[in-house]
Design a protein around this ligand. Sequence first.
Ligand SMILES: [Zn+2]
Length: 307
Amino acid sequence: MLSAQEIAQFTEVCTRIGDEVADESGFVKIRDLLNRFHASVIVRPLLVEGMLASIEERPSNGPQSQRWAVLIDSETYRISDADIANESSSCPLAPRLRNTIAHELAHSLAFRPSEFGITLNHSHGGETKGRFVRSIEHMTEGLSPLLLFTDKALRQLIKGRKTQVSVEELDDLRQRLGISRDVLVARLWRLRVAEDGRFRDSTALRGLGVGIGEWTPDGGARLRSWPLYINFDRNIAPSVFRMLPKQDRLSARTAFPDVDWVLSGGREHKTTFLCEQASQHSNYQRGSWWRPPYRQRRARAAVPFSM
Ligand SMILES: [Zn+2]
């Protein structure tokens, strides 16, 4: 496993790079990200969606140098150099492609200590190489949201707000940033551990839960346990947020008995449901934050799930 200190280094570096390359609105052009990493994209047939390559070069009259390339599968993504060169915030590349490239670039950090100042302790207490590689992969999954949903974009989102953000605003932001719903919510999820609570404690992002779901053929919805952003004062939250971390693809009809609500197959976009402060023994996935005592109150909510 990577140490907490190593993970914090990666987090810090990616947050900084995201802010450096973002434009005024917080949008990151892939070509700017590639330039920052001194990397290029090569599109060719691959057995995977994308991978990182290091290319050794020795010009006839110069010293050996190394450059980095992100290889992209030509079957999955039919893109050209011009598509990357012409990308703009009004016409971003596909969110999945953007995330794949950002993910592969984040991988390169571990191999470039002199450029980015990250040094890994490779002994890792007798851990097998496979386990170590898996822990790097798991950590890297969390880094691309930092590169694409930048602090700059978050600052703009919370600036001067007197109300919480709505799901429509989040969906609009997602499109402007060229990111998927998963990346958006995964980035918000990371705020729970941020030492600097300015985003988490902002009016815009408090008293709010954001998750992702899938429509079912019968017009209902199933709610995904991950990614999930939950941020309620004193942990008094709708009970669905206690149920979800323990059950993936929870039926919305189970979580919200209101048959008129849109997620349960009805037409209403708002519903009322119980809020509770969960017991100490309820675990929130990847970090427990629930505390006693148990309480209940009623709350109204708009559809909290972006589909
Ligand atoms: Zn990877």
